[in-house]
Design a protein around this ligand. Structure first.
Ligand code: BGC
Length: 775
């Protein structure tokens, strides 16, 4: 004891300020001093996480994903980290004043579909407020991985197939959280694009695709929002775990992008700890004793240098000193759950995408009599499963939301579905002993659709009594697995039959039908989308699900969401379908141990629009109950940037918002580029009929560069470029051109080569037929 007292006393005396709670005030200036006073054991413990049940934690939060060790003798507290993407994932605890539920916001995909950086920021603010109220230091969000293939089980946690949209929305969320004094964690760095074999998979990606597609969104987030932490992914790139890859974590992240925060591991599967530290990871989560031992031994036997150890300790201490735990924040007031629920509701409505609306069927007049089909209408899906699940206070089912909005639901159908849902709940509820919130959150299973093949007479008889039919299609998704093709990407036979029967029955009576999709992401639609009159993509809308859907259905809110990804005509049209695992079939080797990203940069609209292949719905697409004109397109060069503007006017009958998407098309250059690439976007305010707004958007020469892998540089080649103002990636309203007078380049390091050469698709061609042969 005496031994440690002397340095501590001298350490404390050497700090000029003392915090109110008598802790020494640490800062960047005296941080080296602290590091010099730490023992090897203390340093090692700082770099390895621990569980809440470990000794010495003065503050724990039930359900947090992990903690760091405190060093009580120096007044260095433990900090805690909690998921996640759609709200603060903790276990609700009841006190006399309140129960610590968290608001469940719409899925990340739904947030992306708002195309509103402001919405991302506001959601970040609200999550930050709740984290602060519950004493959470770091929120493990946002995940900005690219939707490479629609079957990735975690796509609902991700923003887009486009790195620019993902990067801007992700940085909006980070800024929102961090403005509240809570840290965010940009994850999963990098190429976490499949769940199958996720712990070991080597993502073999060309340098160009890595830089332009997979790293780009991270680069944008680091530069625009400086997240306090970055979480490495589980997988490998270039044959090396990302968490132990100095080319990724040091050369690119720190040297090129100038990142100064902390890098941590993702949660499971311990790796070689010295390798991870040397590779640029600072904090091992969730942490185990063997990692502490490995660090201590590694330093003693020279595998880890003092300099590397101290650098990571410095990152860790800087993070701790920014945290609310260190600052002694008092958290005993409930957050504004009612206000945040309103925000979740607003974001949900703003992210819904109206895919089809023939004969302006929607919005549906007040008090209409509705036949509501589909089990998900009566047990709706707020979000996905896994670490992004939030313990929410409630979920408003779609049936409830519609009824509360004044619609009259067909009682007979409601009775049948309610009983079916109860029966399925009993069958599937594996945890009968669970508390109510557990049932609501963890165990809210997605139940299979009812078989209506024997219900024709009911459909027919009830059709006469209703004004119209609404059909809800539901799809869950989660961290545990990728999606299947049959019965998931494609409709199940029961769903097909339901859409078929209900549509033909109602149409024969001159009545209309709409489909509401309460789903994780992309589904096959071409084979059935002509049957209903209207289709609304509601995604996972969060806890306000039914209420938000009712607002869009009734026209209280005019939909303004746009697709953040392409809906292809068929799965096998997607270039990456050649190199993506099939659940249940892929268990080793190709697409499990390694995945060849042969499609290179040709992802989503970059491919489909370049080869002009028919699709179901394009990237950026979404209808409105009103229409807009685009006029006065302009482009100027101001202070080294391109500044584009356009006037958007509401020329319809109801108020609404429009998204302006700026796409750049390059001249013929030596690097083959996609026909168009999104380079900026903006959204109008709610414009009344006749009102207009000028939207101004900016981009730089660097933003339009492509990666020239042969020369390790970003390159913008000279020539005449086209700039299109789109309402979607296939609907350009105005185009202007601009010249780049000479080649411009930005040199970077020649790193991250795949260990095995990948046969990349260098020139895109229509591969549909060829791929179908491989089925
Ligand atoms: C997930 C992360 C999550 C972490 C902590 C991991 O399995 O991949 O996204 O933040 O668990 O719960």
């Amino acid at each position: 004891m005496k031994k440690t007292l002397i340095p501590i006393v001298s350490l404390i005396l050497s700090f000029s300020n003392v915090l109110a709670n008598n802790k020494p005030e640490y800062n960047d200036k005296n941080i080296n001093n602290i590091i010099n006073h730490l023992t090897l054991e203390q340093k090692a413990r700082l770099l390895v996480g621990c569980l809440g049940s470990d000794n010495g934690l003065s503050h724990t939060v039930a359900g947090a994903a992990g903690y760091t060790f405190p060093i009580d003798s120096l007044g260095i507290p433990s900090i805690n980290l909690a998921d996640g993407p759609v709200g603060v994932r903790i276990t609700p605890v009841s006190s006399k004043k309140y129960t610590s539920y968290s608001t469940c916001f719409p899925s990340t995909t739904a947030l992306a579909a708002t195309w509103s950086e402001e919405m991302a920021q506001l959601e970040g603010n609200a999550i930050g407020d709740e984290a602060k109220a519950y004493g959470v230091d770091i929120i493990l969000t946002p995940g900005i991985n690219i939707m490479r293939n629609p079957l990735c089980g975690r796509n609902f946690e991700y923003f887009s197939e486009d790195p620019y949209l993902a990067g801007i929305m992700g940085s909006g969320m980070i800024n929102g959280i961090q403005d509240k004094g809570i840290g965010a964690s940009l994850k999963h760095f990098v190429a976490n694009n499949q769940q199958t074999g996720k712990l070991y998979n080597d993502a073999r990606i060309s340098l160009r695709a890595l830089r332009e597609i997979y790293l780009r969104g991270f680069e944008i987030c680091i530069k625009n929002s400086n997240p306090w932490t970055v979480m490495g992914s589980y997988n490998k790139i270039g044959g090396k775990y990302t968490q132990a890859n100095p080319e990724l974590l040091k050369t690119i992240l720190r040297d090129e992008w100038k990142y100064t925060g902390l890098v941590m591991t993702d949660w499971y599967k311990k790796r070689d700890t010295p390798d991870q530290l040397n590779g640029g990871t600072d904090l091992m989560m969730p942490g185990e004793q063997s990692q502490i031992d490995e660090i201590a031994t590694g330093v003693k036997n020279g595998r880890i240098s003092e300099a590397i150890l101290n650098e990571s300790v410095k990152h860790m201490l800087k993070l701790i000193f920014k945290s609310i735990s260190y600052k002694g924040w008092q958290y005993n007031e409930a957050p504004d759950l009612a206000g945040n629920a309103e925000l979740a509701h607003k974001i949900a409505t703003e992210g819904m995408v109206l895919l089809k609306n023939e004969g302006s069927f929607l919005p549906i007049p007040e008090k209409a009599k509705i036949a509501l089909f589909g089990v998900t209408a009566y047990k709706s899906i707020a979000g996905g499963t896994g670490s992004s699940n939030v313990n929410k206070p409630y979920i408003i089912d779609i049936s409830t939301g519609l009824e509360k909005s004044g619609y009259k639901l067909n009682e007979r159908l409601k009775g049948i579905y309610t009983k079916f849902v109860e029966f399925q709940n009993d069958l599937l509820n594996k945890h009968p002993e669970s508390t109510d919130w557990e049932k609501l959150s963890y165990n809210r299973t997605v139940i299979p659709e009812m078989d209506l093949s024997k219900a024709e007479s009911i459909i027919e008889c009830e059709a006469k009594k209703n004004d119209m039919a609404l059909i809800v299609i539901g799809r869950g998704s989660g961290e545990e697995s990728d999606r299947r093709l049959e019965g998931d990407f494609y409709l199940t036979p029961e769903e097909k039959l339901m859409i078929e029967k209900v549509s033909s029955q109602y149409h024969s009576l001159g009545k209309k039908v709409a489909v509401i999709m309460n789903v994780c992401g992309v589904m096959e639609m071409n084979s059935w989308k002509d049957k209903p009159d209207a289709i609304l993509m509601a995604w996972f809308p969060g806890q306000e699900c039914g209420a938000a859907i009712a607002d869009v259905i009734s026209g209280k809110v005019n939909p303004s969401g746009k697709l953040p990804m392409t809906f292809p005509a068929d799965y096998f049209d997607i270039p990456s379908s050649r190199n993506f695992p099939m659940v249940g079939e892929t268990k080793e080797g190709k697409n499990f141990d390694y995945t060849n990203y042969e499609e290179d940069i040709w992802i989503g609209y970059r491919y489909f629009n370049t080869v002009n292949l028919p699709i179901a719905y394009p990237f950026g697409y979404g209808l409105s109950y009103t229409s807009f004109s685009f006029a006065e397109p302009r482009l100027e060069r101001k202070k080294g940037k391109w500044v584009a503007s356009i006037r958007i006017k509401n020329i319809g009958e109801v108020s609404g918002k429009e998204v302006v998407q700026l796409y750049v098309s390059a001249p013929q250059t030596s690097i083959r580029k996609p026909d168009t690439e999104l380079k900026a976007f903006g959204k109008t305010r709610n414009l009344k009929p006749g009102e207009s707004e000028i939207i101004e958007l900016q981009f730089t020469d660097y933003d339009i560069a492509s990666f020239d892998a042969n020369n390790s540089r970003w390159l913008t080649q000279k020539g005449k470029y086209k700039l299109s103002f789109g309402s979607s990636s296939r609907d350009f309203k105005a185009t202007v051109s601009f010249n780049i007078n000479k080649d411009k380049s930005w040199k970077v390091n020649d790193v991250l080569k795949p260990v095995e050469k990948v046969n990349v698709m260098e020139f895109p061609h229509k591969i549909g037929e060829e791929i179908k042969d491989n089925k």
